[in-house]
Design a protein around this ligand. Structure first.
Ligand code: B12
Ligand code: SF4
Length: 485
C-alpha cells in the first residue's frame, strides 16, 4: 500500500456522520495518479482496522484534522503509526495544520504538513517519496523538516474546480452510505469564500478565492452520486454558494429536476426576492443565515461583515425570507472581543425582532471561539486569551472556548428558547417532559436578559447530552449495518 488516509474521531463534541471529504478528495487524486490508497474513518471503523492496515507497512499515512477535539484523535493515530514503524512517513493535513504548520512539525510524530488544499501537494510528495527524492523544497504547499529545521515552502495556488476529482468510489462508498442512511448526505459545489469575517479561517486558508464548480460539472457529479446512492435530501456544504442569480438558478434547477430537498447557508447581503424565490422553487427547505451581531460597531469594525447598510441589510433579508416557505436559522455569535453588554443586548433584541417578523425563524447564539490565524485572533489575545502552545493543548480546545465563560449560558438559554426543532428531535413525545421545565425558565431568563448565575446549566447540559446519546443509538445501528456488509 502506498498511502493510508485516516480521518480521526473527535474525542468529544458533535457526533457527525458527514462524509470525510477532507481525505476522500486527496485520496481520489492519489488514486487517479495510480497510487494504492486505503481509507479509514475512525468515527466508524474499529481501531483494530487501523492496526491491521499498519501491518501492511504503507509508505506513508496521511491524517486530517481541524482544530479542537479531532486533533486529539489525530495525535493518537500519528503516535500509533510511529510506534508501529518509525520509517512510515506521516503527513498531517487539514485546516488546523494548514494554519499552524510550524507548531505541528515540532512534534516528533509529524514528518510533513500539507498546507492548504491537499490534492496536488500529496501527489507530488508521494512521487518524491516513491522515488527516494529529498529535494522537497520544490513542492509548493509542503512544510517539512531538514536536519531538525522546519521549512515552509512556497504556498500552492488554489486548485481549480476541474482538478477536484469526484470522491465517491468503491473504497469510499460505504462511508457515503452511512451519511445517506443517517440523513446527512452532503454535496459540495464550490470552495472558499470572498468575504473576510474576522472569526473565520477562510482568509488565511483560501486567500478569499471563491471557486464555483461549473453547473454542468455539478450536475454530472450529482448524477454520479445518484447512480450509486439513493437520497432525496442533501446539504449543500459550501462555505458560500454564491450570489449571482444565474448560478443559484443553475443549482436550483439541477436539484429540482432530481426532486432533492436541500439545506444550505446564505449571507444576508446575498438575499434578494429573486434569489429566495429561485431557491424555494429549487427545493431549498432550510438555510443558516450568518447574522452574528445586532451591533453596528461589532458587525462592521470587529467582524468586518462589510454589509452596505449594516444591521439594515440583515433586517431587509429577514423580511424577504419571512415571505418564503424556507425555514431560516439565524446564527449569532456572543462574547466577541471588545463586545460590551449593551452590544450583546442589541443582538438579543435583534433575535426577538426577527422572531416577531418571521414566526418560523430559529436562532442560535454560538460562543465566539478564537481559532488560529483568523483576523480576530489577535484581538482575542489582546483581551487576555492565552493561546495553546502545542498540538496537544490545541486538542483540548472546545468549540465553545469562551473568552468570558458566562457567555456559554446564553448558548443554552437561546437554544431552549429558539431551537424548538432540536428539542423536538432530541426529546420526542413524552420525553419532552424532561426538558420542559428548563424551557420555561430559559425563556424567562431570555426575556429578562438574565444571563449570569445559570445554576441549572450543568443539569441542562446533562439532559441534552443523554438525549443526544439516545438518538445516537440509531446512528450506531446504521454504522453497524453498513460496516458488516
Ligand atoms: C462539515 C464540517 C463539520 C462537520 C464534521 C465534518 C466531519 N466530516 O466530521 C461538523 C458539523 C461536525 C463540524 C464540527 C466542527 N467544526 Co467543522 N466544518 C465542516 C466544514 C463545513 C466542511 C469540511 C469539509 O468537508 N470540507 C471540504 C474538504 C474537501 O476541505 P478540507 O477539509 O479543508 O480538506 C482539504 C484540505 O484541508 C486538505 N486536507 C484535509 N485533510 C487532509 C489530510 C491529508 C493527509 C492531506 C494531504 C490533505 C488534507 O486537502 C483537502 C482537499 O483539498 C468546514 C468548512 C469547510 N467548508 O471546509 C468546517 C470547519 C472545518 N469546521 C470548523 C470548526 C471550528 C468546527 C468545530 C470546532 C465547531 C464549529 N465551530 O463548527 C467542530 C469541531 C468538530 C470536532 N469535534 O472536532 C472550522 C475549522 C477551523 C479550524 N481552525 O480548524 C471550519 C473550517 C469552519 C469555519 N469556517 O471555521 N464541522
Ligand atoms: S461568509 Fe462564512 S465562509 Fe465566508 S468568511 Fe464569513 S464565515 Fe467565513
Amino acid at each position: 500500500m502506498d498511502c493510508l488516509l485516516v480521518y480521526p474521531e473527535p474525542t468529544q463534541d458533535s457526533p457527525s456522520i458527514y462524509p470525510a471529504f477532507s481525505i476522500f478528495y486527496v485520496g481520489a487524486s492519489l488514486e487517479r495518479a495510480g497510487y494504492d490508497v486505503e481509507y479509514i474513518d475512525l468515527r466508524f471503523d474499529p481501531k483494530s482496522r487501523l492496526s491491521q492496515a499498519l501491518t501492511k507497512n504503507p509508505l506513508c499515512v496521511g491524517v486530517s484534522s481541524m482544530t479542537g477535539y479531532q486533533l486529539e484523535g489525530a495525535i493518537e493515530v500519528l503516535k500509533k503509526v510511529k510506534n508501529h514503524n518509525a520509517d512510515i512517513k506521516t503527513i498531517l493535513g487539514g485546516v488546523h495544520p494548514s494554519l499552524l504548520p510550524r507548531q505541528c512539525l515540532q512534534e516528533r510524530f509529524v514528518d510533513y504538513v500539507v498546507v492548504g488544499e491537499g490534492e496536488e501537494t500529496a501527489c507530488e510528495l508521494m512521487n518524491y517519496l516513491k522515488n527516494h527524492r529529498n529535494d522537497f523544497q520544490t513542492i509548493n504547499g509542503l512544510a517539512w523538516k531538514k536536519n531538525g529545521d522546519i521549512i515552509i515552502n512556497q504556498p500552492r495556488p488554489p486548485i481549480k474546480p476541474d482538478r477536484w476529482i469526484f470522491p465517491l468510489n468503491d473504497k469510499t462508498k460505504r462511508y457515503f452510505r452511512i451519511a445517506v442512511k443517517g440523513g446527512s448526505m452532503v454535496i459540495l459545489s464550490s470552495r472558499g469564500c470572498w468575504r473576510r469575517c474576522g472569526f473565520c479561517y477562510v482568509q488565511a486558508f483560501h486567500k478569499r478565492k471563491w471557486r464555483p464548480m461549473p453547473i454542468d460539472k455539478f450536475e454530472k457529479e450529482l448524477n454520479m452520486y445518484l447512480s450509486e446512492l439513493s437520497f432525496n435530501t442533501a446539504s449543500l456544504g459550501d462555505e458560500n454558494i454564491g450570489k449571482k442569480i444565474k448560478r443559484i438558478q443553475g443549482l436550483s434547477r439541477v436539484l429540482r429536476e432530481r426532486a432533492i430537498e436541500w439545506h444550505t447557508g446564505i449571507s444576508c447581503d446575498c438575499v434578494s426576492k429573486e434569489i429566495i424565490k429561485t431557491m424555494e422553487w429549487g427545493g431549498c427547505k432550510s438555510f443558516e443565515v450568518g447574522v452574528e451581531s445586532g451591533s453596528p460597531r461589532v458587525l462592521n469594525d470587529v467582524i468586518c461583515k462589510d454589509y452596505a447598510e449594516g444591521v439594515e441589510t440583515i433586517k431587509k433579508s429577514v423580511k424577504i425570507i419571512a415571505k418564503s416557505d424556507i425555514s431560516p436559522m439565524y446564527s449569532f455569535m456572543a462574547g466577541l472581543p471588545t463586545e460590551t453588554k449593551a452590544e450583546l443586548k442589541m443582538s438579543m433584541d435583534l433575535a426577538d425582532w426577527i422572531k416577531k417578523v418571521d414566526d418560523k425563524a430559529r436562532a442560535s447564539f454560538f460562543v465566539y471561539t478564537p481559532y488560529p490565524e483568523t483576523p480576530m485572533y489577535k484581538m482575542a489575545i489582546e483581551e487576555g486569551f492565552d493561546p495553546p502552545k502545542n498540538m496537544q493543548d490545541w486538542s483540548k480546545f472546545s468549540l465553545s472556548h469562551a473568552l468570558n465563560p458566562k457567555i456559554e449560558n446564553l448558548y443554552y438559554i437561546a437554544g431552549l428558547t429558539f431551537r424548538k426543532d432540536n428539542i423536538k428531535r432530541n426529546f420526542p413525545g413524552v420525553n419532552r417532559l424532561r426538558i420542559l421545565p428548563f424551557e420555561f425558565t430559559a425563556y424567562a431568563r431570555w426575556k429578562t436578559r438574565l444571563l449570569d448565575h445559570y445554576l441549572t446549566k450543568s443539569m441542562v447540559k446533562n439532559i441534552i447530552k443523554k438525549a443526544v446519546e439516545r438518538r445516537n443509538v440509531e446512528i450506531e445501528q446504521i454504522i453497524k449495518e453498513e460496516l458488516s456488509e
